[in-house]
Each structure stands twice: as C-alpha cells, then as structure tokens.
Design a protein around this ligand. Structure first.
Ligand SMILES: Cc1cc2nc3c(=O)[nH]c(=O)nc-3n(C[C@H](O)[C@H](O)[C@H](O)COP(=O)(O)O)c2cc1C
Length: 254
C-alpha cells in the first residue's frame, strides 16, 4: 500500500488550495493509499528555527543550527513537533505539497518546515544527500496556485518563470534524495475576478478538483524533474563541461 503525506501550507483550509489538498486526499484514499496530513496552519507549525526549540541549550550558547540539529537527532532530542513531521516523512512513500505562491516563492511556513524538519542528522548527512539521500525511493509533487496568469508565469512572463521560482524547493527535496515530479500549477487564482472572469475561474477550479483523481492516478508515469547526479560535478563541486545542465541554476558559463 502507498502512503501519501499531504503537506498543506496555507493558513485557510477553506481556500482553493485547501480544497485542492482535500481533493488529493480523497483521490489517494480512493486509490487505496494511506493518507497522512500535515496541515501546517491547523497544527500551528512554528517555522522559525531557533535555540529555544531545543532542550539543554543555554541562551548564552552560540546557536549553531546544523550542529544542534545533528546533536539532537543523535540523542533523540529533536523538538516534538519536528520529530512528528520526520516520522510522517519516513512513513510516506510520496509527499504531495499544496501551497500558493507568495512573493515569488512558497509561503514562509513551508520554508520554515524545510529549515526545521529536514534536520541534519535525521533526514540528511554529509554522506547521505543527493544521489545517496536518505529519502531515495520517495517521490514529491508540488500542487501550486498563483494569482498571476499562465502567460505572466511563463519563461518570458513578468512574474518570472514559475519553474524557476519552484526550483529551490524542488532541489531541497532532491538534496534529500526524493524524486520530484514536474509541478502541477493552477494560475489566475484570486478573489478579485468578477462577472465572466469569475465564472471562468470557478469552472476551471471545479474541473481541477474533479480531475485530481486522474492526476494522482497518473503519477506513476508523470514526468520527473531532471537533476544532475553526483558524478556530474568535479572535486570542487563545479558542473563538468561535458555534463548536461538541467536548469539555469546550474549551468555552463555566466
Ligand atoms: C502575501 C501574498 C503574496 C503573493 N505573491 C504572489 C506572487 O508573487 N505571485 C503570484 O502569482 N501571486 C501571488 N499572490 C497571490 C496568490 O498566489 C493567490 O492569491 C493564491 O494562489 C490563491 O490561492 P488560494 O485562493 O488558495 O489562496 C500572493 C498572495 C499573497 C497573500
């Protein structure tokens, strides 16, 4: 049986993003998956990594987050909320993230979930990352809404190429060893449409919710984002001239 973790990074469950996440949960359940939720708004997830999450750290100690995470992971002393999220990730075969684009990036609560939950020593180590990541065999999908139109989020759009805006989050998961599907993005989602535009948006959003079972069923064959393998880089971490560039983030030449 497949276990799917749904991570919802939106403060309002009754938003379209929330409804879309619920459609994913229904689709996964219909397919016989076990579904686990992390509704970050509902659990009040605190996204700010800092010393006072950890027991035994004195306020006068210099806080070194990576070392503190590693030490806590080794000693089963990670914060309870972080341990619970790590337990869910370990249990999951795939993670489906639902979030809107806020200021050209995922909402801060999701970045903070990455900062705190993807703890050094627990979900990655120096020897276990990228090709040898601890989450090898797991997959991830981003289901994303934008307020901007599809044309504005395209490679030449004034809101910036959505594939690039999502690349750092995708690479975070790749760092852990996840396979990452090409994101599913619904554009032009906002509360300012009126008249025919509103009717058109409502129709589109309803169709997306109705089509989520098909999307989930199609994950087995969905295209995955391509990333360089460890051997594509030289000893200094530079992309070898004869290896492909899969993204402007890692490319040949300035
Ligand atoms: C703080 C904030 C920042 C936003 N920044 C962007 C942005 O950079 N690009 C964009 O296309 N839409 C942006 N939006 C619009 C949201 O993406 C849009 O409202 C959301 O996707 C709608 O989904 P929802 O109804 O589930 O909230 C922003 C909205 C908020 C609240």
């Amino acid at each position: 049986m497949t276990t799917t973790l749904i991570v919802l990074a939106h403060p309002e469950r009754r938003s379209f993003t929330g409804a879309w996440a619920e459609a994913t949960a229904r689709a996964c359940a219909e397919a016989g998956d076990e579904v686990i939720w992390s509704d970050l708004g509902q659990i009040g997830f605190d996204p700010a990594e800092r010393a006072d999450h950890y027991r035994g750290i004195s306020p006068t100690d210099r806080f070194d987050p990576l070392k503190v995470q590693e030490d806590a992971a080794e000693n089963c002393a990670l914060p309870d909320d972080v341990s619970e999220e790590i337990r869910k990730i370990r249990a999951a075969d795939r993670v489906i993230f639902h979030f809107p684009i806020w200021w050209f990036a995922p909402p801060a609560v999701l970045k903070g979930w990455f900062d705190r939950v993807l703890a050094h020593g627990a979900l990655h180590s120096v020897d276990e990352r990228f090709d040898t990541g601890m989450c090898r065999g797991k997959s991830a999908l981003f289901c994303v809404t934008t307020g901007s139109k599809a044309t504005e989020s395209a490679f030449n759009g004034k809101e910036g190429d959505i594939r690039l805006l999502l690349w750092p989050a995708a690479y975070t998961l790749r760092y852990l060893g996840f396979s990452v599907y090409v994101p599913e993005v619904i554009h032009g989602v906002h509360g300012y449409h009126t008249g025919a535009e509103l009717a058109e948006m409502e129709q589109r959003l309803k169709a997306a919710l109705d089509g989520q079972s098909k999307l989930v069923a199609g994950l087995k064959t969905r295209e995955q984002m391509r990333f360089n393998s460890n051997t594509d880089f030289d000893a200094e971490g530079r992309l070898r001239p004869d290896r492909p560039s899969h993204s402007p983030f890692i490319r040949h030449g300035e």
